[in-house]
Ligand binder design. Structure first.
Ligand SMILES: NC(=O)c1ccc[n+]([C@@H]2O[C@H](COP(=O)([O-])OP(=O)(O)OC[C@H]3O[C@@H](n4cnc5c(N)ncnc54)[C@H](O)[C@@H]3O)[C@@H](O)[C@H]2O)c1
Ligand SMILES: [Zn+2]
Ligand SMILES: [Zn+2]
Length: 407
């Protein structure tokens, strides 16, 4: 079968690989009908989140049809249409039962303390084969697959695999109560869903920060008040727009590949921090393999954390859903401590949110296809990755469609 395979930092290829097989009684094999490219894949290919074994199939977002099931999967049958939660969880340990699916004790073969297991990730995340492929093996399929109603299309459902639940998780962690003013840093697909989710939870105002005009335009279309960080100092703008108080809640939807401002009034402050940021990049990504154009790590790993802490009101909440690798150790703890901030963060507990979010899509409350900007065949995946990596105008969320259409 065809799959997007990681060969090394900055080196991904569309390869022919063997089809997966059932290994455990709780496994299922899914024929993928839709996958997608995510900002997390970019960290892996750029080398800002390392440890992926060459030969690993990439991708952790998927929708498909159950092709085969093990004898201990009792809630599904062959032919069911399903969405695949990106993180893998057993459904029976105490963490899963409490909703902390991303901290499952059993899913990661490296042991209960090894951290979140997810598809198409590094060895420490279990080294599971990813979903940018024609077929995938899904462990613990009784919770690792969620049946889709026919009213929800594949183009909508692919957003329910990772990015909508993650945006919602970000808004949930931010402790938003009706009326709150919320800042969302990053207007990529995850940030756009964080904006929608903050609104669902009753945010009074949402301020959205990025430097990509087409993404800021999408945020504005959702009703956010947009701030371009290469045209104005985002912290100054947030403080001015909030009467000097700051925001009640901030969501980091950028992560380790953050950029510093290169133009406008914040550029000077960015230059002053450039050396510190360069040391961070060196520690996080010692071996980048950029060809000069593609797969360039962000130049300011802790920029969003600094801005968010500065822009929050006293006693506000910072929710971090942007991904940082375990090697990232830079956070303005003193400033956060002295403002009595609450910090919440983590990998999304996808399985906790997906059933509720399916309902919101089914009843028309949320229209996720507004954020889907490209549908490409899996065979064009490498070019699609490159366009998404460069954040070309209009390239926000890219769905990949495998060609096989068996009946
Ligand atoms: N916690 C989770 O479970 C989870 C799940 C999915 C994705 N993620 C993470 O969410 C993040 C966003 O994912 P995405 O797919 O939207 O990625 P993306 O790369 O498409 O979007 C990132 C956006 O941040 C913007 N940006 C860069 N520097 C910035 C800065 N200093 N201030 C404000 N904006 C800045 C970029 O212009 C871009 O639009 C990634 O780190 C991804 O790994 C986390
Ligand atoms: Zn993702
Ligand atoms: Zn578990």
């Amino acid at each position: 079968m065809k799959a997007v395979v990681f060969h090394g930092i900055g080196d991904i290829r569309l390869d022919d690989v063997p089809e997966p097989e059932i290994k455990e009684p709780t496994d299922a094999i899914v024929r993928i009908t839709a996958s997608a490219i995510c900002g997390t894949d970019l960290h892996l290919v750029r080398g800002t989140f390392t440890g992926l074994k060459p030969g690993t199939i990439l991708g952790h977002e998927g929708v498909g049809i159950v092709e085969e099931i093990g004898p201990d999967v009792r809630n599904l049958k062959v032919g069911d249409r399903v969405v695949i939660p990106s993180t893998i969880s057993c459904g029976f340990c105490s963490y899963c039962r409490s909703g902390y699916y991303a901290q499952c004790d059993n899913a990661n073969p490296n042991g209960p303390s090894a951290g979140t297991a997810f598809f198409g990730g590094p060895e420490i995340a279990g080294g599971f084969a990813g979903l940018q492929a024609e077929y995938a093996r899904i462990p613990y399929a009784h919770v690792g697959l969620v049946k889709l109603p026919e009213q929800v299309t594949d183009d909508e459902a692919i957003m329910l695999s990772d990015i909508f639940p993650t945006g919602y998780f970000g808004a949930d962690l931010a402790e938003i109560v009706p009326g709150d003013t919320v800042a969302v840093f990053g207007c990529g697909p995850v940030g756009l869903f964080a904006i929608a989710s903050a609104q669902l939870l009753g945010a009074g105002r949402v301020l959205a920060v990025d430097a990509n005009p087409s993404r800021l335009e999408m945020a504005r279309a959702q009703g956010a008040e947009v701030i371009h960080f290469n045209e104005e100092d985002p912290v100054e703008a947030i403080l001015r727009l909030t009467g000097g108080i700051g925001v009640d809640r901030a969501i980091d939807a950028v992560g380790v590949d953050a950029e510093r401002p290169h133009f406008g009034p914040a550029a000077e402050q960015g230059r002053q921090l450039a050396e510190q940021f360069a040391r961070e990049v060196q520690q996080i990504a010692p071996e980048p393999h950029s060809d000069g154009l593609h797969w360039r790590p962000g130049d300011a790993p802790s920029q969003v954390l600094l801005w968010a802490v500065q822009a929050l009101a006293k006693a506000g909440t910072l929710s971090i859903i942007g991904v940082y690798p375990p090697t990232h150790q830079f956070f303005p703890i003193g400033k956060a401590m002295n403002k009595n901030l609450t910090l919440q963060m983590g990998n999304c507990n996808h399985r906790k949110y997906i059933p509720h979010l399916i309902d919101l899509v089914k009843n028309g409350t949320v229209k996720p296809s507004k954020i889907l900007t490209q549908i490409e065949p899996l065979t064009s995946a490498i070019d699609a990755y490159k366009s998404f990596d460069l954040r070309r105008p209009g390239w926000v969320k890219v769905e990949l469609k495998p060609a096989i259409q068996r009946v």
